[in-house]
Design a binder for this molecule. Sequence first.
Ligand code: ATP
Length: 140
Amino acid sequence: SERTLAIIKPDGLFGNHTDAVKKIILESGFRILKEKIVQLDQESAASFYAEHSARSFFHSLVQYMTSGPVLVMVLEKDDAVSSWRTLIGPTDASKAKITHPQSIRAMCGTDAEKNCVHGSDSPQSAQREISFFFDSMPSG
Ligand code: ATP
């Protein structure tokens, strides 16, 4: 089986979507191996999203991701990376509501930025992101 990193972003926690998202995770056959709530600071949010540092939305993304706590989870299942990406749906939640109405982002996201959840985009990213949160962060 495979591991992926899932994040319920600040809008997901503020909007009280945590229980509904976790219910979908468990009903879809994932095991939640680790979880913790983290308040990212600007430096760690910028580092997590370093690949987007040249994008126009980067500053806004860092503000959003530091606007409140996030819930970080390591999920395990066969094909976890692509299974989780399929469950969460397209990046832009406003479009997901039309094209993928059953997706998690359609359920609890708002737009291209405030899209409620994150999922690693490849097994390599998953490895990096899992160690980012569970090996190298001060809150361990
Ligand atoms: P994630 O990496 O969070 O799972 P993703 O892979 O679907 O999302 P990316 O293209 O990697 O999307 O973008 C990372 C995050 O940056 C998005 O989840 C979203 O919060 C934000 N973002 C992406 N595109 C835009 C945009 N056009 N405008 C504003 N914010 C954006």
